[in-house]
Design a protein around this ligand. Structure first.
Ligand SMILES: Cc1ncc(COP(=O)(O)O)c(C=O)c1O
Length: 467
């Protein structure tokens, strides 16, 4: 610890040292249990008498800040906690609805040995060299990055690149002005909640479903209603009347997997027309698809402008990039842009410009093609291993980076699995309503291919499905 001790006055150097040490303890630079230098060493370092140091130590010991342990030295006392009472902790409280802890994040945990975590792509497949090149070329004077504030919707070049990418990969017809480049899906949901929801509005979220969607709507003051899903997707007949907003994942129901049937898509649009409902279509990982021709998006089927299409580069590139987009009907354009401006002005212009070039030069499409092959192989291995070791078939799905199975006590099995280094989610952990079936959700984006089979073998043993 650096001590700033004012020794200029010849008198009372012990007091000066006392104050310096006290300040170090109170500010947390010295913490409970830290060992102080021996008096002789500190005296030598500061060029003062050993007695002076001993006097300061004794005073702090008498006051309870330090304690001398015989034969071991002098330590900051265990009873010292840095903030003195409520003073340092702060007396301010968030609003009741914001008395909320952030959820644990994948980057905050060590990588599990059998890594079936959901929603994480394989960083080893990411074309870091090309990305670095694009980024470097944007960070220069005179590039596409003027040193000014920029359009809250993102650079036109990026919005155009996203619109063209969506047209050819998803059949979504969008004008660049319909697109807002966001910091991922989460920001898109936040902006939509801000501009659409009044306190008390009903928002229907698929159940099981995406917890971060539920949370963002609840914290915007909405009443969030879980609505069940079956093998055709969201059960439209279970939507309560006058739902203001529906959140759905039609390409790849999160987390169970089935695509929403065409009949359901039409029923949902009819419901929306009757009840004046907005629909968020979250198309989070359908770039990785395992069927020839996917169903039309809700956005494409919607003639009335009720669907807000939301997508992300978190799966097709990396979640740490924080890049995504929304495609909104013109009637919401100004409000969403204003909300974005007030939320965070706009995204990082050089990163957005680099992403535009990355898409324009075909690097995104190339990366997706390459990664999809790897993921397809892992998906096939995982399907086989689930069949062989658990005797189960994954719930049919057409896209994405995870597979789910129905199974009793998924929540208990996932907890026991975690203790053995197997990271897998239970269906229950995504369920808000009552009476749903439990199961397991296996991500195959991040898993090391060779660990899939042994991971399932272990899981089968600890789940009691195999003797
Ligand atoms: C249903 C769903 N939507 C969106 C996302 C991606 O969110 P973001 O774009 O904020 O990273 C995820 C990630 O796990 C997801 O599961």
């Amino acid at each position: 610890v650096d001590l700033t001790v004012d020794l200029s006055g010849r008198s009372d150097r012990a007091s000066a040292l006392y104050r310096a040490l006290l300040d170090a303890v109170r500010s947390g630079r010295l913490r409970a249990g830290d060992r102080l230098p021996p008096t002789r060493a500190l005296a030598r370092d500061l060029g003062i008498a050993r007695n002076t140091v001993a006097t300061a130590y004794e005073r702090l010991t008498a006051e309870g800040y330090l304690e001398a342990r015989v034969g071991a030295g002098t330590f900051v006392s265990d009873v010292v906690t840095r903030p003195s009472g409520a003073g340092r902790k702060g007396v301010l409280r968030p609003r009741r609805s914001w008395q909320w802890e952030p959820s644990p994040v994948s980057g905050g945990q060590p990588v599990p040995r059998y890594d079936f975590r959901v929603g994480i792509p394989d960083a080893a497949l990411f074309p870091f060299d090309s990305w670095r090149r694009m980024l470097a070329s944007e960070w220069r004077l005179g590039g596409d990055t003027p040193g000014t504030y920029a359009d809250p919707a993102g650079p036109l070049r990026l919005r155009g690149a996203i619109a063209r990418y969506l047209a050819y990969s998803r059949g979504v017809t969008a004008d660049p002005d319909d697109v807002i480049a966001t910091q991922g899906t989460q920001q898109a949901l936040d902006l939509i909640a801000r501009v659409l929801l009044e306190p008390g509005d009903l928002v229907a979220v698929e159940d099981p479903g995406y917890p971060f969607a539920r949370d963002v709507f609840a914290l915007a003051g909405a009443r969030v209603v879980p609505v069940p899903v079956d093998d055709e997707g969201l059960v439209v007949s279970r939507l309560p009347a006058r739902t203001r907003l529906v959140f759905t994942t039609p390409s790849h129901q999160f987390p169970l997997g089935p695509p929403m049937s065409l009949a359901r898509r039409q029923a949902l649009l009819e419901y929306a027309a009757t009840h004046d409902t907005a629909i968020i279509e979250d198309d989070y990982d359908s770039e990785f698809r395992f069927v020839e021709r996917p169903l039309d998006t809700l956005h494409r089927l919607d003639a009335a402008g009720r669907v807000i299409y939301v997508g992300t580069f978190s799966k097709s590139l990396l979640p740490s990039l924080r890049a995504g987009y929304l495609v909104a009907p013109p009637s919401l354009r100004s409000a969403l842009r204003a909300a974005r401006q007030l939320a965070d002005s706009h995204g990082s212009t050089p990163t957005q410009a680099a992403l535009a070039r990355f898409i324009e030069e075909g690097l995104l499409a190339r990366h997706i093609r390459k990664a999809a092959k790897v993921y397809a192989a892992r998906r096939a291995l995982l399907t086989d291993a689930i069949g062989e070791h658990l005797g189960l078939r994954p719930i049919p799905s057409a896209a994405g980076l995870h597979l789910a199975v129905f199974l009793d006590d998924g929540i208990g099995i996932a907890a026991r699995a975690a203790e053995e280094g197997i990271a897998v989610d239970s269906v229950a952990s995504y369920t808000a309503g009552e009476g749903g079936r439990d199961g397991l959700v296996f991500g195959y984006g991040a898993v090391v291919t060779e660990t899939i089979e042994p991971g399932l073998r272990r899981l089968a043993r600890l789940s009691g499905r195999v003797s």
